[in-house]
Ligand binder design. Structure first.
Ligand code: CP
Ligand code: NVA
Length: 306
């Protein structure tokens, strides 16, 4: 069987994403123990709270043993080539997951694993995408208002890794997508076309936040300064002025709309404390959904089906 990796949401069909979400919804015992007696390598080139903890616990729920390693300790392409690392680690582990700066590194790791009939490679966030987050976002939105088909999902801020994966899953599940980003920080027109081809009911880009949020069922935000962009902080804070999600902006969304944020969040920048900690916020449910999302994703790439 060809090794199945999880690098991007769009690597999967809508039906497969539904299967992952269905696996996520099951109690851990219903998934069997596909990692019984096996290891899972979790390599982090960047800091993490939610991803590390949810992945470690998901591996535990599936019967396995997680081995956390910091990127500088492994020294990918510094201490030894990524190819050698993958070929060694897959002798110990049944899955290799990595949080990396460059998405191309994950692609190279996946190519080595495929060529050697090795183990699945899982993206725990790259500069390009954050598929595990999108799965948790979807579980949270479905808990709030049911299927995404026909719903309006608004994104306010930087068109980044989290936005791209959210766009892909929203598209596959038939949602309307509306991105509001400052000029120069939005999706390319090709991205919007790609979302429509994937199945989005519509895909829009606005430079005014209120236009994207109008009538939305979910309003998503993320930091304006992603990990690795710290040097750009001052310029970004200036560029994103007017893109703070506050109560006035939320009032343009549907009355039942939820506010979502992958976290870590910076109150007073991309979101006010009133919204982040207010009645429409689902951010802690969203954070907690990372655990079933990780479990469903790992079970799927390990061959479990609902
Ligand atoms: N949302 C998310 O991935 O959080 P961490 O960076 O804390 O893992
Ligand atoms: N866009 C953020 C997400 C953090 C979970 C980053 O890449 O830092």
């Amino acid at each position: 069987m060809t090794t199945r990796h999880l690098l991007d949401i769009a690597d999967f069909t809508a039906g497969e994403i539904r299967q992952i979400l269905d696996l996520a919804a099951k109690p851990p015992a219903a998934l069997g123990r596909p990692l019984e007696g096996k290891g899972a390598a979790l390599i982090f080139e960047k800091p993490s709270n939610r991803t590390r903890h949810s992945m470690e616990m998901a591996v535990f729920h599936l019967g396995g043993h997680p081995v956390y390693t910091r990127g500088e300790e492994v020294g990918i392409d510094v201490r030894e080539p990524a190819d050698d690392i993958v070929k060694i680690l897959q002798g110990y582990h049944h899955v290799i997951a990595a949080r990396v700066f460059q998405h191309s590194l994950l692609e190279r790791m996946a190519a080595v694993a495929t060529a050697t009939e090795g183990v699945p490679i899982v993206n725990m966030l790259s500069d390009h995408s954050h598929p595990l987050q999108a799965l948790a976002d979807t579980l949270t939105m479905e808990a709030a208002f049911g299927p995404l088909a026909g719903r309006r999902i608004a994104w306010v801020g930087d068109y980044n890794n989290v936005a791209r994966s959210l766009g892909e899953i929203g598209a596959l599940l038939g949602a309307h997508l509306a991105f509001a980003c400052p000029d120069g920080f939005g999706p390319d027109p090709g991205e919007l076309e790609r979302f429509v081809v994937l199945g989005a009911a519509s895909a829009e880009y606005h430079v005014k936040a209120v236009e994207a949020v109008a009538g939305a069922d979910a309003v998503h935000a993320d930091t304006w300064v992603s990990m690795g962009q710290e040097d750009e902080k001052a310029a970004r804070v200036q560029a994103f002025e007017g893109f703070t999600v506050d109560e006035a902006l939320m009032s343009a969304a549907a009355p039942s709309a939820v506010f979502m944020h992958c976290m870590p969040a910076y109150r007073g920048l991309e979101v006010t404390a009133e919204v982040m900690d207010g009645p429409q916020s689902r951010v802690f449910q969203q954070g907690h959904a990372r655990l079933p999302a990780a479990r469903g994703a790992l079970a799927f790439v390990l061959g479990v089906r609902p």
